[in-house]
Design a binder for this molecule. Structure first.
Ligand SMILES: [Zn+2]
Ligand SMILES: [Zn+2]
Length: 249
């Protein structure tokens, strides 16, 4: 069972280092997203069912990691640096059928539907893995409808939530205190907007994915998870291919 709001806020405070409005908002956001998916034990029996995308690296992000059990180091937490207070909770048990397969075969046994019935969503066949390698390695556009789509719920904090906090507790001058109390009390619908979405998750994005390490032809460093690029007939790491965030001093 998912712990109570108070228990999760306490855990988030410990993990994050302090209690703040962001912790409470993050805990509420994650609890709301999980409830929409019907996932009530994300750190126990449902732990292989969830991948979470976060769109900001602020206080609330830590709380979302605590509630979901999705961590960067487990590859279950994906960071998209969009500066938005939002997260998308991907249900790995809800693989969506490949639209083309359904139309062509007219049968209910497309490859993706068979995969959706698999007990362990982490176990991927070699064909799926191979497709992932090809699409990433060659930097090709996605070849038609994807065979790797999963149902997900995206939850975004409403811009009006700070104003709602002011209205609810005008007697509290300290903004953080005001929001900490209000974010406990306001309804999910007051705090968040949601949308059902589909997310493409290639085999190499899965937490349990195993791959050989590829060596960069220029710097000689190893590369995991097919993050290498082909440039001028060479296999290069992102840095050597020019996508670098640092320069050698
Ligand atoms: Zn904080
Ligand atoms: Zn390199």
């Amino acid at each position: 069972m998912l712990s109570s709001l108070d228990e999760l806020i306490r855990e988030a405070e410990l993990a994050h280092g302090h209690l703040c409005a962001g912790q409470i908002l993050g805990v509420r956001l994650a609890m709301f997203g999980l409830s929409k998916l019907g996932i009530d034990d994300p750190r126990g029996k449902d732990r292989k069912r969830l991948v979470t995308f976060v769109e900001i690296d602020r206080c609330a992000t830590d709380a979302i990691a605590v509630v979901t059990g999705c961590r960067l180091g487990k590859r279950a937490l994906k960071f998209r640096d969009w500066g938005k207070m939002a997260a998308t909770f991907v249900d790995l048990a809800a693989k969506l059928p490949n639209h083309t397969d359904v139309i062509l075969s007219g049968a209910a046994t497309s490859r993706s539907e068979v995969a959706a019935q698999s007990k362990d969503p982490y176990s991927l066949n070699s064909t799926q893995a191979h497709q992932g390698i090809l699409s990433n390695n060659l930097n090709a556009p996605a070849p038609g409808p994807s065979d790797h789509l999963y149902r997900a719920i995206r939850v975004a904090a409403r811009e009006s939530s700070k104003q709602r906090a002011r209205e609810l507790h005008p007697e509290i001058e300290n903004k953080n205190q005001q929001q900490m109390l209000a974010y406990r009390e306001l309804s999910d619908d007051d705090l968040f907007s949601t949308e059902w979405v589909k997310v493409e998750l290639l085999p190499e994005e899965f937490p349990g994915y195993k791959s050989d390490r590829i060596t960069c032809a220029r710097c000689g460093e190893g590369i995991n998870f097919h993050r290498e690029l082909f440039r001028d007939g060479q296999i290069l790491c992102r840095s050597c291919a020019g996508e670098t965030y640092y320069e050698i001093l």
